[in-house]
Design a protein around this ligand. Structure first.
Ligand code: GLN
Length: 388
């Protein structure tokens, strides 16, 4: 038979999602794929129960239910400080994953280059390849995850079409400062590069750090697509509700791809989630405080266990150094599978995120109930002897 797509050979399955399957196999605590084990807000669950009988249950309006888009325009507009038109500035997608894919397809042509920071969320590389684009990596250098603007400029000089930025950043936990974003924005304007932002962790930022929306920087609204979702903010990763926000000329194109990629996001879930988008500011304050609480439990625990890690400024991941616990010559992927089996805690090997040849880092997330975190920390004690 004729050969299938050559693109398939350039990426594997998602290692993050593979680790979830391995975690289930060994009944481990899943600190690999980032999702909470606590309930979404009761308001959403109550509304979902009502919607189950009231509907809608049929196809949604393709670009997103009108009341959902109106609520999103109010909520996102409030936080971004922008006046957003629900008709022209947004599309509701199947998770921010689809928003990113639609955006990449809308902005690029085969052979274009897409710049992205390394470490990167593993979807990005595969998504660029699916669009026949070439990923160009710009290092974020641990432990502070700083970048060299000259490296970005050198990349842009080679004719990059778009830069893809996760802010707050998965997996590094970096929150880009206004000045850092301004440096990147000025280069985007100078070299006519689009900014594709993944901002799903926009409400998980630890003081004194603050989230800045790239779209709000001078000259950037016209060339930025802000992709985000309800997954993290309302603890509903399984509802797969995401969106893209952009100026109309870009959004018109993104909508074309959404139309044929997705038909629409789940109509009953959009209806039930409107109540989330209408939550007052106090919800986001309590949500942020809860994440600060989980981060403290987990990072205090890792410190007392003597497991080195980088302290995140935002999002809900730490990058831990497993070098001291590895057997000579062991691969990080094998370490993670063995740890899931022997220790009962799943995490993601760092090689899934770094373009550089790095083998001693794992990503661990802490979006879990206190008791789950304490149990995971308990299992991680004496790691050296358990992994011997
Ligand atoms: N963003 C989450 C993570 O990095 C979920 C990934 C996914 O599977 N969509 O773990």
């Amino acid at each position: 038979m004729k050969p299938m797509s050559r693109k398939c050979e350039q990426f594997t399955d998602s290692v993050i999602r593979r680790m979830t399957r391995i975690s289930l196999q060994y009944n481990a605590i899943n600190l690999a794929q980032g999702f909470p084990d606590f309930d979404p807000p009761k308001e959403l669950l109550d509304r979902l129960a009502e919607v189950s009988y009231q509907g809608p249950h049929q196809y949604p309006i393709t670009m997103g239910a009108p009341n959902f888009r109106q609520a999103l325009a109010r909520k996102a507009g409030r936080f971004m400080g922008l006046s957003l038109d629900p008709e022209t500035n947004m599309v509701i997608t199947i998770g921010s994953t689809e928003a990113m894919v639609d955006t990449i397809f809308a902005l690029t042509n085969p052979g274009d280059k897409i710049a992205m920071f390394s470490p990167y969320f593993e979807n990005y590389r595969a998504q660029a390849i699916m669009a026949d684009c070439e990923p160009v990596f710009i290092p974020l250098v641990p432990p502070t995850f700083d970048f060299d603007p000259n490296v970005i400029e050198d990349a842009f000089k080679t004719g990059v079409k778009a830069i893809l930025i996760c802010n707050p950043s998965n997996p590094s936990g970096k929150v880009f400062t206004y000045d850092e974003l301004k440096t990147i924005a000025d280069l985007c304007i100078k070299y006519d590069v689009y900014a594709i932002m993944d901002e799903v962790y926009e409400h998980i930022v630890y003081a004194p750090h603050k989230h800045t929306y790239m779209s709000t920087l001078p000259g950037m609204w016209e060339r930025t697509v802000s992709c985000s979702s309800l997954s993290k903010t309302y603890s509903i990763t399984g509802w797969r509700l995401g969106y893209a926000i952009a100026a109309q000329p870009l959004m018109d194109r993104i909508k074309q791809f959404h139309d044929f990629n997705a038909v629409g996001a789940a109509s009953p879930l959009m209806e039930a989630a409107v109540v989330g988008l209408d939550m007052p500011d106090s919800y986001y304050e309590e949500f942020g405080a809860h994440y600060a609480h989980m981060k403290k439990i987990f990072t205090d625990g890792l410190t007392s266990l003597g497991i080195p890690f980088t302290d995140p400024q935002g999002a809900y991941f730490v990058l831990a150094d497993i070098g001291p616990f590895m057997k000579p010559g062991q691969k990080d992927v094998d370490f993670c599978v063995e740890m899931t089996q022997k220790v009962g805690v799943a995490c993601v090997p760092g090689s899934s995120f770094f373009n550089e040849d790095i083998n001693n880092i794992v990503r661990v997330h802490f979006a879990k109930k206190d008791e789950t975190l304490y149990e995971a920390l308990n299992r991680l004690s004496d790691l050296k002897s358990k992994m011997a």
